[in-house]
Design a protein around this ligand. Structure first.
Ligand code: NAP
Length: 294
C-alpha cells in the first residue's frame, strides 16, 4: 500500500522516517526541495518525489503535516493539489494544527470528491515524533480511521479516535492551552530560582518527579537553562494555535484568561525577536517565552 507524506518539516520528516523504518512504502514530498527532510527520508529507505502529483498518484493513504489553515487548504484543495490527483477512496489524514472549523470544511470538500478526510493532530513534540511516541487525536469516520491505523501505530503510541470530523482538532486546541499555560509556570519557576539564587538545574532535576512536574519542565526546562531556544515547537506555530483557540470561541478572550496571558507573553518574545534582527521572528521554540521575563 503506497503512503504519501506531504510536508517534510520538523515533524513531518521524523514521522515519515518512522514509516520508512517500519518497512512501509512511503513517498515523501516537500514544497521546497533540497531540505534536510528529503535526505532523512531517503536515508531511512523511503522515496522522495519532486512533484506533489507523482507523490500522491496511486497512494491509498496520504498524510500531510504543514502549517496553518491556508497551507493545508492549498495543498489539499488548491490548484495542483491532492484533490486533483489522489485516487477516489484515498484516506487523507492531516497532522497539522488547524482547528475544528477548518477541519470540518476540508472534510466536506474532500468528501464531495469521494475522498475520506481525517483530522489527526499530534502532540509529543519533536521528541515524540522522532521516538514514534506521539499522541495522535483523530476526528472523522471510523472506517478510514481503521484503514490508516496501521500507519498511525508506526508514528505514535497513544492513538485515539475522538469522534466525528473536527474532534481531533478540538482536543488538540485543549492541548495547546495545557502547553501554553504550563510554559508560564516553567518559565516563572526558573525565573524565581534565578532570582533566589538557587541552582536552576534543581528545579528540573528535583521537581520533575513531584506534583509540579510536566512534559515541558522535563523536556524544555534543560533547554531553557542552556539558553537553547532552537525550535522543537516553533513560537510561530504556538501563536497560530492560540489564534485558532480564540477564533474557535468567537474571539471571547475573557473565556480563557490564562490562555490570553500566555498569548501576550509569547507575543512579547516575538517582538523581542523582531527588534533583534527581524527574520528570526517566531522561529525560536516556545521555550523562548523565558526571554519575556528578562
Ligand atoms: P515546520 O518545521 O515549519 O514544517 C512545515 C512544513 O510544511 C514544511 O515542510 C513546509 O514546507 C510545509 N509547508 C508549509 N506551508 C506549505 C504550503 N503552503 N505548501 C506546501 N508545503 C507547505 O513545522 P512543524 O514544526 O513540522 O509543524 C507542522 C505542523 O504540525 C504545524 O501545523 C504545527 O502546528 C503542528 N505541530 C508541530 C509540533 C512540533 O512540536 N513541531 C507538534 C505538534 C503539532 P517548506 O519546507 O517548503 O517550507
Amino acid at each position: 500500500m503506497k503512503i504519501a507524506y506531504l510536508g517534510l518539516g520538523l515533524m513531518g520528516q521524523a514521522m515519515a522516517v518512522n514509516l520508512a523504518r517500519a518497512g512501509l512504502d512511503v513517498v515523501g514530498w516537500n514544497r521546497t526541495p533540497g531540505k534536510s527532510g528529503e535526505k532523512a527520508l531517503l536515508e531511512a529507505g523511503g522515496k522522495v518525489e519532486k512533484s506533489l502529483e507523482t507523490a500522491v498518484t496511486g497512494a491509498a493513504v496520504i498524510f500531510t503535516c504543514l502549517g496553518d489553515i491556508g497551507d493545508v487548504e492549498q495543498v489539499l484543495l488548491g490548484k495542483g493539489g491532492v484533490a486533483e490527483f489522489a485516487p477516489a477512496g484515498a484516506v487523507i489524514a492531516d497532522f497539522s494544527t488547524i482547528g475544528p472549523e477548518a477541519a470540518k470544511r476540508i472534510y466536506g470538500a474532500l468528501g464531495a470528491k469521494g475522498m475520506r478526510f481525517l483530522d489527526a493532530p499530534v502532540t509529543g513534540g519533536d521528541v515524540g515524533a522522532r521516538n514514534a511516541t506521539l499522541t495522535i487525536m483523530v476526528g472523522g469516520d471510523e472506517k478510514p480511521f481503521q484503514t490508516a491505523l496501521f500507519a498511525f501505530e508506526k508514528m505514535g503510541k497513544n492513538i485515539k479516535h475522538c469522534g466525528p470530523s473536527g474532534s481531533g482538532q478540538a482536543l488538540k486546541l485543549c492541548n495547546q492551552i495545557l502547553c501554553a499555560v504550563n510554559m508560564i509556570s516553567v518559565c516563572e519557576a526558573l525565573h524565581l530560582a534565578e532570582r533566589l539564587g538557587v541552582d536552576e538545574n534543581l528545579v528540573v532535576d528535583v521537581l520533575s518527579a513531584g506534583a509540579g512536574g510536566s512534559w515541558a519542565l522535563t523536556n524544555l526546562g534543560p533547554r531553557i537553562i542552556k539558553e537553547d531556544f532552537e525550535p522543537g515547537f516553533a513560537l510561530k506555530h504556538m501563536l497560530k494555535d492560540l489564534r485558532l483557540v480564540f477564533e474557535n470561541v468567537d474571539g471571547q478572550a475573557d473565556l480563557l484568561p490564562g490562555t490570553k496571558l500566555a498569548q501576550d507573553l509569547f507575543r512579547k518574545v516575538g517582538e523581542t525577536d523582531i527588534s533583534n534582527g527581524g527574520s528570526a521572528n517566531g522561529a525560536r521554540g516556545t521555550q523562548a517565552m523565558r526571554l519575556a521575563y528578562e
